[in-house]
Design a protein around this ligand. Structure first.
Ligand code: HEM
Length: 435
């Protein structure tokens, strides 16, 4: 049965559910409240549930791990972009409009544009960035240690590290990086002017990157060979040479791709750094010590800790991947899905599916299945920067636990304010004391 044909009387919860990181008006958080937790509403749901969205459309909300993997991976059944006859699932409220980035493309166009980055972020080659990530992390942590005053994590560590690294990888001059921070916030804005903010960010980024990529294309021989922008420009130029009829479209897609790599490359990982620290400093193990102290004693657990923290901490406000649309009549967990239906993979809930993760609410830094989480999505749109994000998160935890074992929160956990200006979930400010 198609969504629209379902009887009106059947229960259709509204999605997204109330955010746990934003207090309901007039209701102070109790000491056990977890702002990084998921809404209790999921407890009532089956693996696939019909929900209504804030723009009036309905969708199938998929909460099972195996079922989310199907939605994310199977391009023969579920796609991102516009399908003739159906409105595009991109930009349906409350989700941000991702067009015309990689995240809204499908099939051949998606593979072509994603391929412009070559293997720059592949797991097998990412280690070449480790010395650069380590040097910058050490410098920032040393600066933090040099003051006896509390420091703010986003400003002192998360943002300069992640923006600095993606800027260096791409070849964006340091003085231009703050502008990308502004564009990122506009692109992912949740404010009343979000549509205007979003299109302003796209126009300005396209103008900036159009010039930067255009210059490299015009003089490829003298462009810095180690910068990712140069190889993106070279691959785009080669494609245009072979397909002159696609020149305009390829240029448009290329400049937005290059710009979106910079914005995707920093705030998500900066958010993870702050949220990870919040969780590590506020949760305790069986022996009563914080999880942070446990990592100081057991640094060999950091790689699995990164996966467990990714698994249990939502990075996006809506706890889900971008909506997909079914392109054939199909089913998920026995629930019929009609061609044209919207389907939303609730990846953060899937990351707590007990069929995949035993005792799923427990953070277990020795869990064998930890890396099966869907925190980086899956299938053709799996996060391009996941290996870089993993590298940065590992280096940050290694360096902090080694250099600052006494690190603690400066403000009580219930006084931490959470970001609502963009769709990224993170503490708006996280003040810590290192010494
Ligand atoms: C902890 C940090 C990060 C998290 C949690 C994260 C999460 C995600 C998720 C869930 C998706 C898939 C969304 C969907 O299918 O609807 C995605 C896609 C993407 N991410 Fe990340 N990401 C992170 C870091 C990064 C970094 C460092 C970069 C760039 C270097 C990056 C670049 C991208 C790009 C380009 C896509 C789109 C891929 C495509 O559509 O083919 N991300 N990310």
């Amino acid at each position: 049965m198609a969504l629209t044909e379902q009887p009106e009387s059947s229960i259709c919860p509204h999605f997204p559910f109330p955010r746990q990181d934003v207090p309901a008006e007039g209701v102070p958080w109790g000491p056990d409240h977890d702002p990084l937790g998921l809404a209790p509403h999921y407890e009532e749901l089956g693996l696939v549930t019909r929900v209504s969205l804030s723009d009036g459309q309905e969708a199938h909300l998929v909460t099972g791990h195996a079922e989310c993997v199907e939605v994310l991976r199977d391009e023969t059944r579920f796609v991102r972009g516009a399908t003739p006859g159906w409105p595009a699932p991109d930009g349906i409220r409350p989700y941000p409009t991702t067009a015309p980035t990689l995240l809204c493309m499908d099939g051949k166009q998606h593979r072509l544009i994603r391929g412009l980055a070559g293997n720059a972020f592949a797991t097998a080659t990412i280690h070449r960035y480790r010395p650069m990530v380590q040097t910058l992390t050490t410098r920032l942590v040393e600066d933090m240690l040099n003051t006896s005053q509390p420091v703010e994590v986003n400003q002192a560590l998360g943002m300069p590290l992640t923006l600095g690294i993606i800027g260096a990888v791409m070849g964006v001059p340091e003085q231009d990086l703050p502008q990308f921070a502004v564009w990122g916030d506009l692109f992912l804005s949740t404010g009343p002017d979000r549509d205007d903010d979003n299109s302003r960010a796209k126009q300005e980024m396209a103008a900036y990157m159009g010039q930067a990529i255009g210059q490299r294309m015009a003089s490829l021989d003298s462009a810095p060979p180690d910068e990712l922008m140069t190889s993106i420009a070279a691959r785009a130029a080669a494609h245009i040479a072979d397909n002159p009829g696609q020149a305009e479209q390829t240029m448009t897609d290329t400049v937005i791709f290059a710009a979106s790599l910079v914005i995707a490359g920093w705030e998500t990982t900066a958010a993870a750094i702050a949220s990870f620290l919040f969780r590590l400093l506020t949760h305790h193990g069986h022996d009563g010590t914080t999880l942070y102290r446990q990592l100081c004693t057991h640094p060999e657990r950091i790689p699995t800790a990164v996966e467990e923290l990714m698994r249990t901490i939502p990075n996006a406000a809506f706890e889900s991947a971008q909506p997909r649309r079914a392109i054939v009549d199909t089913e998920l967990a026995g629930v019929p899905i009609k061609a044209g239906d919207l389907v939303i993979a609730a990846i953060d809930r899937a990351n707590r599916d007990p069929r995949t993760f035993n005792d799923p609410d427990q953070l277990d830094f020795t869990r064998a299945a930890a890396s099966q989480h869907l925190g980086f999505g899956g299938g053709p749109h799996i996060c391009m920067g996941a290996p870089l994000a993993r590298l940065e998160l590992n280096v940050v935890l290694e360096t902090l636990t080694q250099r600052a074992p006494n690190l603690r929160l400066h403000t009580p956990p219930q006084d931490v304010q959470w970001n609502t200006a963009t769709t990224i979930r993170r503490p708006a400010e996280l003040w810590i004391q290192l010494r």
